[in-house]
Design a protein. Structure first.
Length: 251
């Protein structure tokens, strides 16, 4: 088993959500996901509800654990396609429980622009702003669908080089699924990125919003880590460069 202890009230908002919805999602997706077993109560100096889950074997996804990156991208996209097909009726809409994943990027407009100010001279301001504006100008007007909300390496488990499980649905919800595209710039490139996009059948506006989500996160991490965590800053800068390069190639 594994135990998850939320470190802040906002994280604790996901406990009831996961216990309510993960048993419904599990049989409808092609890979194992976190299975809630028990819910812990606040007490003994711990202020929040917490959870016990079934243990899922695997190593965190990464360049050194993934066998074939294109196959991995295709498997991940197939999982997200299945997730989006689950009936969203009554599902959790974007809000504080998931930091507004699935909502409009405009929630983070001011934060993004502040990060660009902080990073002036370290990133190409005009190009970064153009990419951000293209994301804001790509409206989403489709029916809500399920999304994971944090498709990141630490939440994807690998066995024998292949994607084996998806964990941590704390930011999941129903809304715009563009936030699930971020890994296209944080991990994938070239053939693997194209395989991911093709299997998901992503339209240009959703792709632009996904690019915006990737840019927002990388900018705020870079700005926040600039003088305190050189490794995190360097990785965030790499993602920004990847976003800008792909944007230029897309025309």
């Amino acid at each position: 088993m594994s135990i998850r202890l939320p470190t802040a009230r906002e994280y604790a908002l996901a406990v009831d959500k996961e216990h309510r919805w993960l048993p419904i999602l599990a049989p409808r997706v092609p890979l194992p996901i976190s299975k809630p077993l028990a819910k812990g109560q606040p007490g003994d100096g711990f202020a929040f509800h917490w959870s016990v889950y079934e243990w899922l074997d695997g190593d965190p996804a990464g360049i050194d654990t993934i066998g074939d990156l294109t196959e991995f991208a295709d498997s991940l996209a197939a999982f997200l396609v299945a997730l989006r097909r689950v009936d969203p009726t009554g599902g959790p809409e974007p809000g504080p429980h998931n930091w507004f994943r699935g909502a409009s990027l405009r929630v983070y407009d001011a934060q993004t622009r502040r990060a660009v100010e902080v990073l002036d001279g370290r990133v190409p301001r005009d190009t970064v702003t153009a990419v951000w504006q293209s994301a804001l100008g790509a409206p989403w007007d489709s029916r809500p669908v399920w999304f994971h909300g944090d498709v990141a390496l630490g939440n994807l488990l690998v066995r024998d080089g292949a994607l084996a499980a998806v964990i941590d649905f704390g930011t999941c919800g129903v809304g715009d699924p563009a936030c699930d595209l971020v890994i296209a710039w944080t991990l994938l490139s070239g053939a693997s990125r194209e395989a991911f996009r093709t299997r998901l059948d992503v339209d240009p506006m959703t792709w632009a919003r996904g690019r915006g989500w990737a840019l927002w996160k990388a900018l705020i991490i870079y700005a926040g880590a600039l003088h305190s965590d050189h490794a995190a800053a360097a990785e965030a800068k790499r993602v920004i460069d990847e976003v800008l390069s792909e944007y230029a190639e897309s025309g």
